[in-house]
Design a protein around this ligand. Structure first.
Ligand code: CA
Length: 377
């Protein structure tokens, strides 16, 4: 081959490679800001518009907890006068639901929405920012996070993973679940196959039951076919939509395993820290609004749907006995100690949580409890 031909082939190869790269990059679209500009906010461009993606751990448009992600995006855009635009994706649309944490940590997606008990495998301390059996209720958790040192510990826990957490709402006390057998004492949990994730599942195991892992979409048929004898889900609103009342005999209360499940938003820390202070404040303010909106919506809808279940569907609501709950509480203490093990951060977080709970419980005893017992109709 002549020198001319070799040069011509090299030129053509470079040219074709260049065209292919241009095509490839155009297919990728704009890379996330965190990949192109991870640490510095360009103060020369104070009006820069941020286009972000939020991935959630919920199915697309899931009532309340999925809806709040859309609302958060609206509030942030409104408050920032259009400077932060967030597009929300349901679990699985961008990444599988349980990969949200890693995707945001690595900065391939700017932010996520979920509940921190999903990340207990990353660090056991994460669990305490979502749901602790026999733990605090939503009002008490909000107080712990807002003014009791809880939020600082949450930030410390998530900083290890290059994330900044924000409150994302609270479910309030959940229901204890749907059962196809009566639960009169803790003995009745023996041999019970129940869909009950998290620490609650470990407690059930200690009580002689079998926690069964079932995906949300398969719970109904599993209960109908007797693969499981019981399941918990959330509360009347979501449970009604799942149709559990059609195939289950007893609806027990309270949800000892989820006494006020805390939800969250989380943002890539590099990206968050590079924002100007007013945008950071907006992300925080919208999260506080989410905290109020979620519980308000849960309370409203659960009131409506409890009425439907009881008065239209004839569902019998039963309470676990005090003896049953006391036994489950002592199993819970064991399960939590095992979970903490010798992890110093988990110890620090749980100590803060339980000290706060012990103190606030005494106050709630003489006010909230007296209100529920003697004033509420
Ligand atoms: Ca639940």
């Amino acid at each position: 081959m002549s020198l001319y031909k070799i040069r011509r082939v090299r030129f053509l190869k470079t040219f074709i490679y260049g065209i292919l790269m241009m095509f490839f990059l155009s297919c990728l679209g704009e890379p996330p800001a965190s990949m192109t500009n991870p640490t510095s906010y360009d103060t020369a461009k104070p009006d820069k518009i941020f286009h972000w993606k939020m991935t959630t751990t919920w199915p697309p448009n899931f009532p309340v907890v999925g809806e709040v992600a859309e609302k958060y995006a609206e509030w942030v855009e409104e408050l920032s006068n259009g400077q932060i635009k967030i597009k929300v994706y349901g679990g699985g649309e961008l990444v599988p639901p349980l990969e949200a944490f890693d995707a945001v940590s690595q900065g391939t997606i700017e932010m996520g929405c979920g509940a921190s008990y999903y990340w207990a495998g990353k660090t056991p301390a994460a669990q305490f920012f979502a749901a602790v059996p026999f733990g605090m209720n939503s009002q008490q958790i909000t107080s712990w996070l807002e003014v009791g040192g809880g939020y600082e510990l949450w930030k410390k826990t998530y900083a290890q993973f290059n994330l900044v957490p924000f409150m994302g709402g609270n479910t309030g006390v959940q229901m204890g679940g749907w059962f196809n057998r009566e639960i009169n004492s803790v003995e009745d949990f023996k041999g019970l196959k129940m869909r009950l994730p998290g620490i609650g599942g470990k407690v059930l195991e200690k009580a002689g039951g079998a926690p069964i892992l079932v995906a949300g979409s398969e719970i109904y048929t599993s209960l109908e076919r007797g693969v499981i004898d019981a399941t918990e889900w959330i509360g009347p609103y979501h449970d009604y939509k799942m149709g559990f009342h059609k195939i289950s005999k007893y609806y027990y209360t309270p949800g000892w395993h989820e006494t006020g499940s805390q939800l969250e938003f989380f943002i890539n820390k590099n990206l968050h820290d590079a924002l100007p202070p007013h945008l950071q404040a907006i992300l925080q303010a919208a999260a506080k609004r989410a905290q109020v909106w979620v519980l308000s919506e849960f309370d409203k809808q659960n009131g409506i749907y409890l009425d439907k279940l009881v008065n239209e569907e004839g569902v019998e609501v039963r309470e676990f006995s005090k003896e049953t709950l006391d036994a489950l509480r002592s199993y819970t203490d064991e399960a939590i100690q095992e979970m903490i093990g010798d992890d110093p951060l988990s110890k620090e977080v749980y100590e803060s949580y339980s000290n706060f709970q012990n103190r606030i419980a005494k106050w709630s005893e003489v006010t909230e409890k007296a209100y529920y017992n003697k004033i509420q109709k």
